[in-house]
Write a protein that binds this ligand. Structure first.
Ligand code: MG
Length: 267
């Protein structure tokens, strides 16, 4: 019996490490599921279930938002409060008493990345760092996120860090030269981003429709182009026709459908 237990343990360990050691090759499509692929199956946004759904659709990326609790745990959630509790002034234990609507525990960044490294060979993790209201916390969050990715050896899985805070993405680039970072705010020209060594831009669709010359400029400078949040067929087709590297969407299934229509037309 003892031998059987030992053999089982060895089997489990080697099996797990095999999955984790699998190198990720991002899927060859522009689809980034916004807060995971939650809509079609009515899953909670930013849940591990929505991340796994994005992986099973083979999206090239699954976006999620992170914030930091009072006891400095990075958690995956969008709003500044969760179940009526202010995240920055609550402990993780207090927050985690409240489950997500599918019964999942509020994911820590560590749990979320670990899930993203399991049975995933296609889908990059697109980590949005939400700016803090508290002085100094932006830098601390960026430091902690990058350190955790290193600790988990998840560099190949985290395809991008994105933020509305220019301070955050510039800092990430400073501490981790290989990290890829996109700016979300829409206020900086491609030339400014390029000067600061930023990988690319991820702006609202309508902001780019108003400034189409930024698309050409970004391409000329070798910047990555992403746009959010494209849920309407018209916007998706517009981004596809302008050959965006990425399309961030709540409707990944629709983007796959429009991609097929476009590629069938070219056949
Ligand atoms: Mg986000």
């Amino acid at each position: 019996m003892r031998y059987l237990t030992i053999l089982l343990c060895i089997g489990l360990v080697s099996c797990n490490s095999k999955i984790k050691d699998t190198q990720i090759t991002l899927a060859d499509n522009p689809v980034i599921a916004h807060r995971g692929a939650w809509k079609a199956k009515d899953l909670p946004k930013n849940s591990i279930a929505a991340l796994k759904e994005a992986i099973s659709l083979k999206c090239t990326g699954s976006e999620f938002d992170i914030r930091m609790t009072a006891d400095e745990i990075l958690v995956v959630t969008h709003d500044a409060d969760y179940e009526g509790l202010d995240i920055e002034s609550s402990t993780y234990k207090e927050l985690a008493k409240h489950k997500l609507s599918n019964g999942e525990t509020l994911p820590t960044l560590k749990d979320f990345i670990t899930a993203g490294m399991t049975n995933n060979t296609t889908t990059g993790l697109v980590c949005e760092i939400k700016p803090s209201k508290i002085e100094g916390r932006n830098i601390l969050m960026a430091d902690k996120a990058v350190a955790l990715v290193k600790e988990l050896k998840a560099e190949a899985y985290v395809s991008y860090y994105i933020s509305f805070s220019y301070e955050v993405i510039k800092h990430i680039k400073k501490i981790e030269a290989n990290a890829k970072v996109l700016y979300l705010d829409g206020s900086k020209s491609p030339e400014d981003l390029h000067k600061d060594g930023i990988t690319g831009l991820d702006y609202l669709v309508w902001k780019l429709k108003n400034k189409p010359h930024w698309i050409t400029e970004a391409k000329d400078l070798g910047l990555k182009l992403n746009a959010w949040t494209a849920n309407k067929e018209e916007d998706i087709d517009w981004l596809l026709s302008h050959e965006f590297d990425y399309i961030t969407t709540d409707e990944p299934e629709l983007v796959f459908k429009r991609l097929k229509v476009t590629s069938d037309r070219h056949d």
